[in-house]
Design a protein around this ligand. Structure first.
Ligand code: BES
Ligand code: MN
Ligand code: MN
Length: 454
């Protein structure tokens, strides 16, 4: 629509400056030292929503970080879209690998570099600017609600309770989330699913204290060696996961679904080159997109123990640790997999050590139908601004609240992400292309218009 385009063109630079301001707030949910920054970030979003034209914005405290709720109700009899996103970010470490400060955003080659630029402050802010566009051009014909949380990156431990207790407040006809990626600006896509998660930490204890590795080495099992062996045994020679019953509930994709997936363009050489690997790795019998989309996986997220400081120390450590997570697909259940994973680790522990394992957090997998009104509105909106139909693809990441949203609110979710897989989410030098940011702001108003009229 011409009025939207003109308004956005005129305010382009301000839209960017405002985002950069938000990116300067180190809203790291995992670290208690950032508690005040989290509150500051929630308040900044509240202020921005009000300025954009929301008529009510409230900050709801939780046992953890606060939730920002906002709404613009033009007519209660008209459809309502609930926009969900998160203002928290992952820790930026290792800092020495960043080319510029994670919370000092810079624009290089048309890309915004900062922690949270893509995941998810930049993408949430597109929705705030889309609201502003609709309000200031007097073209908003339906209702928009916002639920922006501060704990997505730590597994949304308090959002479930908030949703259950505020069903009326969050009542809507669909949920719109921009917290995922598309194939590229030339090849737009929409995620039709996300994987679930089961995240644990394991502690392996050998001797009751750190020992001199010369005096005791050779006579006492080293917990790091034992842990490494246990971990190495979790995949077999075909890279299948060896945990008994792990695949029991996996919904196997039909040959038709797999054929459809294979139609999405994928340049394996460019993929390898971008990642700096000579060969790809994964479960035998599946393509790369299947491995990251429709198959469950098991990853080591961290492993430590013994001496890791400067220089060398001849020590036989008492303990070794690892953080391990599984990505889940329909119809696996997070708590069942967590139990299987912990039981298995305990069962393969040799008598030289004791193993303790505990849950960090989990989340259920989610799939969306492509014939829902929300999906069709998103596809039509993308077609209006990209000139192409989006390709349906499965996202590999997780948004733990999705399954609960659908269960509690009884409505469908549409995952209209504008990032790229190569945006370095959770990595050093996270980025978000300006072109994607502006394209998102341009596309979202169409979604609201189409959703209200389909
Ligand atoms: N935005 C991501 C999820 C995502 C990324 C979906 C890319 C699709 C494509 C989200 O912020 C995220 O990182 N989630 C965590 C969940 C966890 C910390 C509970 C994840 O997937 O690891
Ligand atoms: Mn995210
Ligand atoms: Mn994330």
């Amino acid at each position: 629509m011409q009025a939207w385009k003109e308004y956005q063109e005129k305010n382009k630079d301000r839209f960017l400056d405002e985002l950069l301001e938000l990116l300067r707030i180190p809203s790291v949910s995992a670290k208690s030292e950032h508690k005040a920054d989290m509150i500051r970030c929630a308040e900044a979003f509240k202020q921005r929503l009000l300025e954009a034209g929301a008529d009510k914005v409230e900050i709801y405290p939780t046992a953890g970080h606060p939730i920002v709720y906002g709404e613009k109700i033009v007519d209660p009899s008209k459809p309502t879209v609930l926009v969900y996103g998160h203002y928290d970010v992952q820790p930026p470490e290792p800092l020495e690998l960043w080319k510029s400060g994670p919370f000092e955003p810079v624009i290089v080659d048309g890309k915004i570099f900062a922690r949270g630029s893509c995941d998810d402050k930049g993408q949430v802010y597109m929705h705030v600017k889309a609201l502003e566009t609709l309000v200031k051009t007097n073209t908003l014909g339906s209702n928009i609600k916002f639920c922006i949380e501060g704990e997505e990156e730590v597994g949304s431990p308090n959002l479930g309770k908030f949703v259950t207790e505020h069903k009326e407040l969050l009542k809507a006809d669909c949920i719109l989330i921009s917290d995922s990626a598309m194939i590229s600006l030339d090849t737009p896509s929409l995620d039709t699913g996300l994987r679930g998660l089961s995240y644990i930490e394991v502690e392996v204890t050998g001797p009751n204290r750190d020992l001199h590795s010369g005096v005791y080495g050779g006579a006492v099992a080293n917990p790091i060696t034992i842990l490494a062996k246990m971990i190495a045994s979790l995949h077999d020679e075909n890279n299948h996961i060896t945990i008994p019953g792990f695949y029991d509930d996996v919904l196997v994709a039909t040959p038709e679904e797999r054929a459809l997936m294979a139609q999405a363009p994928f340049d394996e050489e460019a993929y390898k080159q971008d990642l700096g690997v000579k060969e790809l790795w994964g479960e035998k019998g599946f393509t790369t997109n299947e491995r990251t989309g429709i198959r469950p996986t098991l990853e080591l997220n961290g492993i430590w123990g013994g001496y890791t400081g400067e220089g060398a120390k001849t020590v036989l450590p008492s303990k070794a640790f690892a953080k391990i997570s599984a990505r889940l697909v329909p119809n696996q259940q997070s708590d069942k997999i967590t139990e299987k994973l912990i039981k298995h680790l305990e069962s393969i522990a040799p008598p030289y050590v004791t193993v303790k394992a505990a849950l960090h957090h989990g989340g259920e997998p989610y799939v969306t139908p492509i014939d829902s009104k929300a999906y069709r509105a998103a596809a039509k909106a993308i077609e209006a601004t990209f000139g192409k139909q989006p390709i349906p693809v499965r996202g590999g990441g997780s948004i733990p609240i999705c399954a609960l949203f659908e269960k509690e609110l009884g409505i469908k979710i549409v995952l209209m992400g504008f990032g790229l897989d190569s945006d370095n989410l959770h990595s050093p030098n996270e980025k978000f292309d300006l072109a994607n940011y502006y394209k998102g702001i341009e596309t979202i108003p169409y979604f609201h218009q189409y959703f209200a009229s389909l």
